[in-house]
Ligand binder design. Structure first.
Ligand SMILES: Nc1nc2c(ncn2[C@@H]2O[C@H](COP(=O)(O)OP(=O)(O)OP(=O)(O)O)[C@@H](O)[C@H]2O)c(=O)[nH]1
Ligand SMILES: [Mg+2]
Length: 288
């Protein structure tokens, strides 16, 4: 083996492995999307096209990266959850994050014209940053997901009321801000209802709950599985035959990847979909 005198530079490459046996969340976030949204005149507070474009890109990412078990998106951000037993890329943070960010960005640009049919993209092009965080237990992971969904609710209720005061109530930004200063959720609901006859409950689910992306198998009866306890007890990838691993891979590849707007804070979502935490593909529903 002929070593060149330059080879010593390899030593500068430092490991950046993420802790084994933990849930990895890669969260990507649109860079400067306040400006970007203005440039393309996104509707305020929610632009259906922009959100559906984010969802399409997230769905495509999940189609390409099988180790992602579930993803959750709101506004210009998306969180991708890697199962705790995944050994993808030896769990190197930079490889994981760069793969997700570049795949997501590529699809965002690719699908742009499908959702913004008469506004071509021009430089500066959309870009995303990303980070990876490890969560040791199912409870930590679920709390992370709940945190994002609560954030979605708080921001959406605020933004919906703020923009109603402006668009329907004729206020300027400062007046709307002053009106909402110190108000609670109940006050905002009341403003929407009494001033504008808007029942917040009837707002689109995608705006109120955000979007959750996962592989669709047959739902199970709640109470028949104890997946979160089983998942916490799992110390390393389940040992199984090559054939079984290959079967799982095929079943996963066959499953439809769906985007829904569900409550991911309550147990029900997780209990009825044990495959999200077990990483064991469920039964593929028969075509209707
Ligand atoms: N009008 C409109 N704006 C949106 C929509 N979704 C996201 N945005 C914009 O995207 C921003 C996302 O917030 P941030 O990520 O904190 O802001 P940012 O400008 O992207 O800043 P950095 O992420 O720090 O680069 C919001 O403040 C909105 O301005 C939408 O559906 N409609
Ligand atoms: Mg952003």
């Amino acid at each position: 083996m002929a070593n060149s005198k330059f080879e010593y530079v390899k030593q500068f490459e430092q490991p950046d492995n993420l802790l084994p046996n933990t849930w990895i969340v890669v969260r990507i976030d649109g860079r400067g999307f306040t400006k970007f949204a203005n440039k393309y005149a996104f509707e305020k507070p929610n632009d259906k096209r922009a959100l559906e474009l984010m969802n399409a890109a997230a769905r495509a990412v999940m189609g390409e990266v099988q180790d992602i078990t579930v993803a959750y998106g709101v506004s210009d951000e998306y969180s991708f959850v890697f199962h705790k037993t995944c050994s993808l890329f030896e769990r190197r943070a930079s490889k994981l994050v760069s793969t997700i960010v570049s795949t997501f960005t590529a699809y965002y640009v690719h699908y742009w014209s499908t959702y913004f049919t008469d506004t071509p993209l021009s430089a500066p092009l959309p870009s995303f940053d990303g980070r990876a965080v490890c969560y040791p237990t199912v409870q930590n992971l679920r709390d992370y997901m709940s945190w994002r969904q609560v954030d979605c609710h708080i921001n959406n209720l605020y933004n919906t009321t703020h923009w109603a005061l402006i668009q329907l109530g004729g206020m300027d930004g400062t007046e709307a801000e002053m009106t909402l200063k110190g108000t609670y959720a109940a006050d905002k609901n009341e403003i929407l209802f009494s001033k504008f006859s808007i029942n917040y409950n009837n707002e689109p689910e995608m705006y109120k709950k955000g979007s959750v992306v996962f592989r669709d198998y047959e739902l199970v009866e709640p109470g028949t599985h104890n997946t979160s306890i089983d998942a916490d007890h799992l110390a390393e990838p389940v040992q199984q035959s090559k054939t079984q691993t290959e079967n799982d891979r095929k079943r996963r590849a066959k499953a439809r990847i769906v985007v829904e707007h569900l409550d991911i804070i309550k147990d029900d979502f997780w209990n009825r979909r044990p495959w999200l935490l077990s990483n064991k593909p469920g039964r593929v529903p028969k075509e209707p």
